[in-house]
Design a protein around this ligand. Structure first.
Ligand SMILES: *Cc1c(COP(=O)(O)O)cnc(C)c1O
Length: 361
């Protein structure tokens, strides 16, 4: 730390991203990326011509992408805001809607960035405990008096709330924003975009990083009332007007246009997830029923930490959180069928090497 760092930031604990390995080749199942390539047309539009245009600034309104998303989700263009990843969209939400009076509230086990943002922006945050079965206790959010952020489905549990439950939260917090982070919604749950007409306090946030195979392009978006989108644009134009680069802009448009490819990839991921869950259960794992592109698993006979480490030694990267309540779980991203077959084979191997040692203990 330099002596120049702002006093406000001395206690900041930065987000720790999953590893992007550079040394050896791993089966990389630690950051919930898609194993599938971007839509075919993306390769065509990120061409020499697009690169040549980089000598100019990108469109600060990101109009082609905003319009394409509006068409896809059947909303007005002035209800769409795009960001450099949904992380940036969430950061803009914090800047726009949170302050000393409008504090934050989110589950204790959820996407780690909510806590980091609260600290970065000096916002008081209440972290509401999940129930023992890892579900969100909706009653805790009724009339909560704070801005609410819920990942639906939640990460790293993979569990989702029903619209009825979310509506109860929206209805009882009309003076506060309710941000529903739908990073994983395309893997089998229902988006809250359809609720926007009824609830002016709702902000739906989604990303291109998981279900649209473009994690490296850094694209995310919010859909909300046009007043809310206007506020977000005000912040953006006061902070980083050219937040979307020209190459990602054209890549994003093609990925939204190719609905068939999008649906085909997600269908494959869902099928692979279900099969992987069954196989892991056969090996004695408790697998939380997932609506995402990952599974969150635990085993009676091997600790989460040891399982994570053993997988790594055998070339499989997964995510492990050394945190109360979930420190016996490992989060495994769903890769291709071939990758998951290999993971199952390796897991079987780990258990057969490990269990005799257990019995001996
Ligand atoms: C991955 C993820 C994000 C971040 O996505 P980016 O668009 O890559 O910044 C946000 N929220 C949740 C819950 C996520 O899992």
């Amino acid at each position: 730390m330099s002596k120049f760092l702002s006093k406000k930031l001395i206690n900041l604990e930065a987000y720790v991203p999953g590893e992007q390995p550079k040394d050896r080749k791993y089966i990389k199942l630690n950051t919930n990326e898609s194993p599938y390539l971007p839509a075919p047309k993306v390769m065509e539009v990120v061409n020499r011509q697009a690169v040549e245009k980089l000598h100019l600034y990108s469109d600060p309104d990101a109009k082609i992408l905003v319009d394409e998303l509006a068409k896809f989700y059947n909303v007005q263009s002035d209800q769409v805001f795009v960001g450099n990843g949904s992380d940036e969209v969430l950061a803009f939400c914090f800047m726009a809607f949170f302050d000393d009076e409008r504090k934050a509230c989110f589950p204790d086990i959820t996407y780690g960035f909510y806590k980091v943002f609260s600290k970065s922006f000096g916002i008081d945050a209440v972290q509401v405990p999940l129930k023992d079965d890892f579900t969100i206790d909706v009653d805790n959010y009724v009339n909560c008096g704070r801005n609410i952020i819920i990942a639906n489905p939640n990460a790293p549990t993979g569990l989702s709330l029903t619209h009825e439950q979310i509506e109860l939260i929206l209805k009882t917090n009309t003076d506060r924003v309710v941000i529903i982070d739908e990073a994983y919604v395309d893997f089998g749950s229902e988006s809250c975009i359809s609720l926007l007409d009824k609830y002016p306090n709702l902000i739906v946030v989604q990303t291109f990083s998981k279900s649209r195979n473009l994690a490296g392009a850094r694209l995310g978006f919010a859909i909300a009332s046009k007043e809310i989108i206007n506020d977000l644009n005000k912040i953006k134009f006061s902070f980083s007007p050219y937040n979307i680069n020209g190459l990602s802009l054209v890549a994003g448009v093609e990925s939204v246009k190719d609905k068939d490819y999008f649906e085909e990839c997600n269908k494959k991921t869902i099928a692979t997830r279900e099969r992987t869950s069954d196989e892991l259960k056969k090996l004695g794992f408790h697998v939380i029923s997932s609506k995402t592109n990952f599974v969150f698993v635990t085993h009676n006979l091997i600790s989460g930490e040891e399982f994570h480490k053993a997988l790594r030694e055998k070339g499989v990267l997964t995510r492990y959180y050394k945190e109360p309540k979930i420190d016996n779980y490992v989060r495994i991203t769903i890769g291709t069928d071939e990758e998951m077959d290999e993971v199952i084979r390796i897991t079987d191997e780990i258990l057969s090497e490990y269990l005799p040692m257990c019995v001996g203990k």
